[in-house]
Design a protein around this ligand. Sequence first.
Ligand code: NAD
Ligand code: TYD
Length: 354
Amino acid sequence: MRNVLITGGAGFIGSNFIRYLLNHDAAEKLVNLDALTYAGHLENLVDIQSDSRYLFIQGDIRNRPLLDALFAEHELDTVVNFAAETHVDRSIEDPALFLNVNVGGTQTLLEAALQHWRLKPDDKHCREYRRGCGFLQVSTDEVYGSLPPAAPSFREDSPLKPNSPYSASKASADQFVRAYHQTYGLPCSISRCCNNFGPYQFPEKLIPLMILNALADKPLPLYGDGLQIRDWLYVEDQCSALKAILDNGQFGDIYNIGATNEFSNLEIVRMILHELGKPESLIEHVVDRPGHDRRYALDNSRITNELGWRPAHTFRKALKATIDWYLNNHTWVEQMTNTSYQDYYARMYAADTP
Ligand code: NAD
Ligand code: TYD
């Protein structure tokens, strides 16, 4: 039985993960700490909000007194840190926020875990921790930077070469996790996943944005030539990978979570249009994202060989299921695409036609 702190659990992957754990591990007690930024929504969790194993707390991972109270009151022994600012385009507009939340927030969480789990909290040489404690940092393939077209996929020991303020903040947070493990012996691991898609993804990201624009017969804004490549994983497969790391992963290790589903953005958009029966004339090439990474791809060998994890979903079926989910969840879509999202969209895409 674990008492798990899930940070950022009202966002896309966090909410799917909470649902996944509740459905796959009856013994968990789950505390969801989320600041409810523009990206966090309790609407993502309505079906499980009254589950007795689940508790929501609104708050910020940078709030140390709040963290101390939660660790003490709920005897937390596991942290899964999803909380972050996550959109590359927003990081280009406001890098300081990403530094503050993603790096500062992770370090605050690490420090709280250290203080509450260390057997002798005041002894700087103590490397012993309460049994069963563990910290999992949810990171991204973007920390490795951009991969040339024919180059082999990134391995866990590939150098970190982040290119955007978002990926720089995630890489930096990863380094703090590593440092807490090396210096203090804190039981930590890191997962680095490729691009996720699936239910409850906020509409600013590629796949939901293109689905919703196509449904409304609005232009589909493809950055640059649209030939940038991403590796796409269905969110439920990311959840099963994270659970495999929690259950059987080694502290001090990093686990790449890749899907081996490399597609260009243009291919993705064409598949969405085809599925919805909409014309390709809706595609509009707009000015490229500054510093846009050309390709990401991950070598999965460690997690598949050591933990026996495999994705359970094929890309095309999962994309269809995702499209169906957006088609069938009008109320959720309306809640997400409110005035502030419209303002964001107008500001972000207004002057983008080359
Ligand atoms: P998201 O933007 O949908 O959700 C982020 C959540 O964090 C939101 O609920 C938000 O309210 C919360 N949050 C933000 N700042 C906070 C703070 N200071 N304190 C507490 N809560 C805060 O993001 P997501 O797509 O679900 O990503 C979750 C994690 O997975 C992130 O760490 C991200 O870097 C990582 N990741 C995402 C992907 C992807 O494709 N989406 C891929 C690899 C890794
Ligand atoms: P995104 O979903 O923002 O994820 P990330 O930048 O973290 O990979 O974008 C995925 C890809 O889609 C990326 O190459 C940028 C591109 N993209 C567009 O071409 N147009 C858009 O409107 C958006 C949001 C993304």
